[in-house]
Design a binder for this molecule. Structure first.
Ligand code: ADP
Ligand SMILES: N[C@@H](CCOP(=O)(O)O)C(=O)O
Length: 320
């Protein structure tokens, strides 16, 4: 369960008194999530989400994340809106942690996305990219190609405990990605973690996007490649081209991909599979016994990586 920092009632009341969001009626910790401590707040003015930022979020990045949510929300993207305190600040301190309150989003994430959900996602992602185009702050992606080798080296010696031959396969793959990674594709603000648990739907319609805490400036089509990996594979590891077609065509309709982006898509998808494989591998090998959050299976992403490596054209994703 993702409540790492407990908050006592008096501290919370004092914190809320610095905001103009009514009186606290009730609150509870939220079990989902991995990185931060989240609480649902019910006040006389409505429902809000309180986040205490834990160790893996660098405090200096918070103005980027909160500013981005504020910026894209002002352009019509359905996402949490940071609530300002009476002094106009979006960020405060609670229980010794940086803390923020954001608006609560209605909707539910889907466990088994269908093509309709993928189409909604594709259009929503493209709109998010367009909305972020004039966001003035910058944040480099620590988990792009240059960050993968240190991550790999931190797990390399024990990688074969997870699967025999994994260290050698990843070493080869990493060298190939480093040698061919595209650096001149259209850039912008990307979400970088748009997994099904971070997208809410009401019925088949996208009602909101959350968890902007990996957002950064990077290759726009890489965000689409992340979604291909996270949304278009079945639980048995097979690729679902119907979902991929729905995702990529809906994206392309709102923000047309240029020829270079299209051609690079299999490579970007390989890279994206590598990125999630490496963070999962690290967490798998390094999580303390009895940790609150169960690490995710890195090998799911090895299968995806191999699939993308076998492709030679973006037609496999439903794009010609
Ligand atoms: N603005 C919001 N509105 C409604 N629910 C939210 C909101 N933000 C977070 N949640 C809930 O909290 C959970 C954890 O949030 P998330 O940002 O994914 O945490 P973490 O960064 O720790 O992984 C989500 O799965 C969702 O249930
Ligand atoms: N989406 C990542 C892990 C990050 O978890 P989140 O709860 O912050 O989305 C993965 O699946 O490896």
């Amino acid at each position: 369960m993702a409540v790492y920092t407990e908050v006592d009632d008096d501290e919370l009341e004092a914190f809320l008194a610095t905001y103009d969001i009514g009186e606290l009626r009730s609150y509870k910790g939220i079990a989902e999530g991995v990185e931060n401590s989240n609480f649902l707040l019910h006040t006389t003015a409505g429902t809000y989400l309180l986040t205490l930022y834990e160790k893996r979020v660098a405090p200096e990045d918070l103005p980027f994340f909160l500013g981005l949510m504020n910026h894209v929300a002002s352009k019509g993207i359905a996402c949490p809106v940071p609530i300002r305190d009476r002094k106009g600040e979006m960020l405060g301190t609670l229980a010794g942690r940086p803390a923020a309150i954001v608006s609560f989003l209605e909707g539910l994430s889907v466990r088994k996305p269908q093509p309709k959900h993928c189409a909604e996602l594709g259009a929503g992602l493209a709109r998010f990219h367009l909305a972020g185009a004039d966001f003035p702050l910058r944040r480099a992606n620590a988990l792009t190609v240059s960050g993968w080798r240190p991550l790999f080296e931190a797990s390399r010696a024990r990688a074969d405990e997870v699967s025999r031959g994994l260290a050698a396969e990843l070493a080869d793959e990493l060298s190939a990605l480093e040698a061919s990674w595209p650096h001149d594709l259209p850039q912008g603000v990307i979400h970088a973690d748009l997994f099904p648990d971070n997208v809410f739907f009401i019925g088949e319609h996208l009602s909101g996007v959350i968890d902007f805490y990996f957002a950064c400036n990077d290759t726009l089509a890489y965000d689409l490649a992340i979604c291909l990996n996270a949304w278009c594979f079945e639980h048995d590891g097979s690729f679902n081209i119907t979902k991929a077609r729905a995702l990529t065509q809906a994206y392309n309709h709102v923000r047309p991909l240029d020829a270079a982006e299209l051609a690079a898509l299999p490579l970007l998808a390989r890279g994206s599979a590598m990125r999630f494989l490496l963070t999962r591998l690290y967490d798998w090998l390094h999580h303390p016994p009895g940790a609150l959050v169960k690490p995710k299976n890195p090998l799911e992403y090895l299968k995806r990586l191999r699939f993308h490596r076998s492709l030679s054209s973006p037609a496999a994703y439903g794009l010609d």
